[in-house]
Ligand binder design. Sequence first.
Ligand SMILES: C[S@@+](CC[C@H](N)C(=O)[O-])C[C@H]1O[C@@H](n2cnc3c(N)ncnc32)[C@H](O)[C@@H]1O
Length: 193
Amino acid sequence: MAQFNHIKLAHHYWKTHLKPGDIAIDATCGNGQDSLYIAKHVLTENSGALYLFDIQQIALDQTRLRLSSELNAMQISRVHFCHLNHSEFCQTIKPETVSLIAYNLGYLPGGEKSITTLTETTLMSLNNALSLIKPGGLISVTCYPGHAEGLKEEEAILNWSSQCNPSLWSCCLHKWINKPKSPSLLIIQKNSI
Ligand SMILES: C[S@@+](CC[C@H](N)C(=O)[O-])C[C@H]1O[C@@H](n2cnc3c(N)ncnc32)[C@H](O)[C@@H]1O
C-alpha cells in the first residue's frame, strides 16, 4: 500500500481541485517537480497559465528543463518563468483569478542550504497571495520545521493563518503528530460566495 507523505498529500489536494484552463502559481519552483505536476493539470494548448517564482536562476533553469521534456511547445508558452522574490508577485496576475498558489518552503534540494525561504518574506508573500486567489481557490504551504529557520517560519505561518477571517478563509493543518520535525501541510481555502 502507498505510504502517504507531505508531497503526496499536497498533490492529492491539487489534483482534486485543479482543472484544465486554470491559472496557478508555484511560488517556490525549485527543481520543478511540483511545477510539472501543476502544469499537467492546468495547461492545455490554448488555455491555462502557470507562473513560477524562484530567487535562484539555477532553479528556474532546472524547472524549464523538466517542463520542456514533458510538455509541448504550446503548453510551455503558457508558463511564465519569474526570477523574482515571491514577496512581490507580478502585476500581470489579476486579483481573484488564481486557483492555486503552492509554496514548498525551505531550500533547494541538492542546492545551497543557506538560501532558504525566510519568515518575513514568506509572510509578505502570503498576505499578497490572499488577494490573488479566486473564491474556492487554494493556497498550499508545505513547511519544514526540521531546521531552525523552517521551525520559526512554520510557527509564524500558523500564527498568521489562525487569524485569517473564518468567514472568508478556511485553514486546515496536516501534521504528523508523532513526528514533530516532519514537514507539515497547511491548506488555506478561500470560501466560495
Ligand atoms: C523546497 S525548494 C522547492 C521545491 C520545488 N517545489 C520542487 O518541486 O522541486 C524551495 C525553493 O524556494 C526558493 N526560494 C527561497 N526563497 C524564496 C523567495 N523569497 N522567493 C521565491 N523562491 C524562494 C529556493 O531557491 C528553493 O529553490
